[in-house]
Write a protein that binds this ligand. Structure first.
Ligand code: PEP
Ligand code: MG
Length: 592
């Protein structure tokens, strides 16, 4: 039965099985690469006068090695993700070369006659502390950079540097407490075949990045890094959210077979790439893809998506020391628009905040970031940043089929405020005779309950909608989307969610506007029938989910799907739970 967790059938020793949250599909068998907690703690080591020179040389060599390592990571980032991503590494290199750091360490070694590693630790701590006191968020964050760079030098100094992400060996499965955006960039190499983290939830951005990278991932594993040791053999099953440490040979055999089946399933799904998306009773639908970085466009096209339903531009803004300039943004948007043409791309204005924090933008650490100064709220507070992006998007609009969307709109007033700024920017461009598409459609993400409830009002001033279920569910059910302790309560089938979806889709269509869905729910095949029954025709999903969702649409009979939805609304609301448990859940590829 598809409802049986497959590991029940496959594994002979349960003591080494750990459950987390599914973040990205697929199965991998490899060696554990555990990233240690990185607190610095060096013991004070006294040295003799005759050793001073040697300790100083040791320190200088560690700095030189660190610079080599940073250059290497920088080149990799540039190769895999484009030149824009190298700035962070330039900033790190700048710190590593700073004479103040060197002078501080050298004078400590020679005056206090202590080991290089202790001297370095003291200097880092002192400057980090000094930075912590600074009120200005930007400068306070620079303190963290010094700490990061200091840590890297320290690792070279103590020889503990064998385990940085940029030198993982082949077939590694990375285990970490959390992965920062910098880590994730380093993860993009070919050696890493999966990863598991202690923290995170299904729709956290670690999970979204893993899907973009097309490798299995499990998040929210609480303390997995303490359960697995470096070089252990591990199986990661991203589709079940399971990690098995040092499995029995029999278990490995079983999973090998499963991988073969999985590959066969992916191959089978290939058949759906080039055929039209039409329901069993002949009604058309459109499946587009979500992207985070322009590089993903290759995957979008190879999986047969009909356009980009969501371009999350904030990934151009994180991992950086400065704002991307208007021209740099234009370059990214233009590239994407040209490559996907004649299909459309929906560019979303930045959604910074929540779990997508970018420290240098003067964002304060907030107690409830998901309820804080996020997305459009941030942009309206910083119109100069917003305007730069709007100019870049408008200028890109002449290079393809470009549409734009605002995230986190809570009601019509916020939409009007954003549109006032958009009009100013258009006016400015016209006065300078800079070309843009005067008819560029501008839509609204519906992802806050207040917008979902007032969507009929918003519809009068919006060209289209896209439903962001990741946030809509989070805010409707009061479930933090990145908190692993409440993930089991995150329910796309909750009656409240279904009612809101119906309200959005009906109101949008009544106003003659098209309605898309770009949250993770759109990519979950167990939701497809109900979404079709609710009237949804535009889906935007991770590119790897395109064929799977298409297969589901092709199998679905729309009139039957409508009946199912009618039953839900006429029933007592419990129906849905039954369906969810009893129907084709995501584990569709378990061999029968
Ligand atoms: C959503 O909230 O569903 C969405 C698509 O946006 P993000 O995941 O980037 O918040
Ligand atoms: Mg959202």
């Amino acid at each position: 039965s598809p409802n049986l967790c497959r590991y029940n059938l496959l594994i002979s020793d349960f003591t080494m099985l750990y459950k987390g949250i599914t973040a990205s599909f697929g199965i991998a068998i490899g060696k554990a690469f555990v990233i240690e907690d990185d607190d610095i703690c060096m013991v004070k080591r006294s040295i003799g006068r005759e050793d001073v020179k040697k300790e100083i040389e040791k320190f200088k060599k560690a700095v030189a090695d660190t610079k080599v390592e940073l250059e290497k990571t920088k080149n990799e980032a540039s190769r895999h993700l484009g030149k824009k991503y190298v700035k962070l590494f330039d900033a790190y290199l700048f710190i590593a070369e700073d004479p103040i750091l060197e002078d501080g360490v050298v004078s400590k070694i020679s005056k206090e006659m202590v080991g290089a590693e202790y001297a370095l630790q003291e200097v880092i701590e002192k400057s980090t502390k000094a930075f912590e006191k600074i009120k200005d968020e930007y400068f306070r964050e620079r303190g963290k950079d010094i700490y990061d760079v200091g840590k890297k030098i320290l690792k070279h100094l103590t020889g503990a540097n064998k385990k940085t992400l940029s030198n993982v060996t082949k077939n590694s499965i990375v285990f970490a407490n959390n992965l920062t955006p910098t880590d994730t960039i380093a993860l993009k190499g070919e050696n890493i075949i999966g990863f598991a983290t202690n923290i995170g939830g299904k729709t956290s951005h670690i999970a979204i990045m893993a899907q973009a990278m097309e490798i299995p991932a499990v998040v929210g594993m609480k303390d997995i890094t303490t359960k697995v040791s470096h070089n252990d053999t591990v199986i990661i099953d991203g589709s079940e959210g399971v990690v098995i440490v040092n499995p029995e040979p029999e278990t490995i055999e079983n999973y090998r077979r499963l991988i073969t089946n999985y590959i066969a399933e992916v191959k089978e799904l290939d058949r759906y790439i080039n055929i039209p998306t039409i329901t069993a009773d002949g009604k058309g639908a459109i499946i587009a893809a979500n992207i985070e970085i322009p590089d993903e466009i290759r995957s979008v096209i190879s999986h047969g998506a009909e356009g980009i339903g969501l371009f999350r531009t904030e990934y151009l803004f994180i991992n950086r020391k400065e704002f991307p300039s208007e021209d740099e943004q234009l370059e990214s948007y233009k590239t994407v628009a040209e490559k996907i043409f004649p299909n459309p791309v929906i560019i979303r204005t930045i959604d910074i905040g929540g779990d997508k924090i970018s420290p240098h933008f003067g964002i304060n650490v907030e107690r409830n970031p998901f309820l804080g100064l996020r997305a459009i709220r941030f942009c309206l507070k910083h119109p100069e940043i917003f305007k730069t992006q709007l100019r870049a998007i408008l200028r890109a609009s002449v290079f393809g089929n470009v549409k734009m969307i605002y995230p986190m709109i809570s009601g019509v007033d916020e939409l009007r405020d954003a549109n006032v700024i958009l009009s100013e920017v258009k006016h400015e461009l016209r006065s300078k005779s800079i070309q843009f598409d005067e008819n560029m459609e501008v839509g609204v993400m519906i992802e806050i309950p207040s917008a979902a409830i007032t969507v009929d009002v918003i519809a009068k001033e919006s060209d289209f909608f896209s439903i962001g279920t990741n946030d809509l569910i989070q805010y409707t059910l009061a479930i933090d989307r990145v908190n692993e302790y409440v993930t089991h309560l995150y329910d796309p089938f909750h009656l409240s969610v279904i009612r809101l979806l119906k309200n959005i889709i009906d109101a949008g269509h009544k106003a003659g506007k098209w309605v898309s869905m770009c949250g993770e729910m759109a990519g979950d095949p167990s939701c497809t029938e109900i979404l079709l029954g609710l009237g949804l025709r535009h889906f935007s999903v991770a590119s790897t989910s395109v064929p799977r969702v298409k297969r589901e649409i092709i199998k679905t009979n729309l009139s039957e799907a409508k009946k199912v939805v009618d039953e839900i609304f006429n029933g007592d609301g419990r129906d849905l739970k039954g369906r969810k448990v009893g129907s084709k859940v995501m584990r569709g590829f378990i061999p029968d």
